[in-house]
Design a protein around this ligand. Structure first.
Ligand SMILES: [Fe+2]
Length: 197
């Protein structure tokens, strides 16, 4: 079966005022939908169209070279946005469970994590993502990727990601990426984020 655009798990205005309704509608219904369509074009008629996108990205070097960059861009775009929609729609607050403990021991708590992730997002020149990831040895780390590159290609598990492409915030925040980064934490759904750990 071809890859499909997952429905938003909440109404498009559910993340207001941090993320406005129109941005959510365009971001999900146009940008993410385009990544899915182009990913399907890239893998059409190959064994990759039956695999999970996470599996494809973890083994990205097995993808034929003539379509590899298209899979990195559009498959990464599909996986990154699918995670992003899932971890929004909440009310922020504090992380709990094992992830909460790990954030405390690694970053001194939520404020320490926020500062690192937001610095990674502000420091990403051009388009990309800021991430909290689990490294292959099971530790937490904060990283940033360019464009739609997925942490899965680096053998890392994405736990939390913030899209810092202008399409994610420009309608409401224009050039004020730091304000957007600050506001996103108010709508994180920690119960969902904890599941990724
Ligand atoms: Fe995006």
């Amino acid at each position: 079966m071809a890859f499909e655009l997952p429905p938003l798990p909440y109404a498009p205005d559910a993340n207001e005022p941090s993320i406005d309704k129109q941005t959510m509608e365009i971001h999900h219904g146009k940008h993410h939908a385009t990544y899915v369509a182009k990913l399907n074009d890239a893998v059409k008629g190959t064994p990759f169209e039956k695999k999970k996108i996470e599996e494809i990205l973890r083994g990205i070097n097995d993808v034929p070279q003539n379509v590899r960059q298209a899979v990195i861009n559009n498959g990464g775009g599909h996986a990154n946005h699918t995670l992003f929609w899932k971890i929004l729609g909440g009310k922020g607050g504090q992380p709990g469970g094992k992830l909460g403990d790990a954030i405390k021991s690694t970053f001194g708590g939520l404020d320490g994590l926020k500062e690192k992730v937001n610095n990674a997002g502000v420091g990403r020149f051009g388009s990309g993502w800021a991430w909290l990831v689990k490294t292959p040895d099971g530790k937490l780390d904060v990283t940033s990727t360019a464009n739609q590159d997925s942490p899965l290609m680096q053998n890392q598990v994405p736990i939390l990601g913030i899209d810092v492409w202008e399409h994610a915030y420009y309608l409401k925040y224009q050039n004020r990426r730091p304000d957007y980064l600050k506001a996103v934490w108010d709508v994180f759904n920690w119960k969902e984020i904890e599941k990724n750990f």
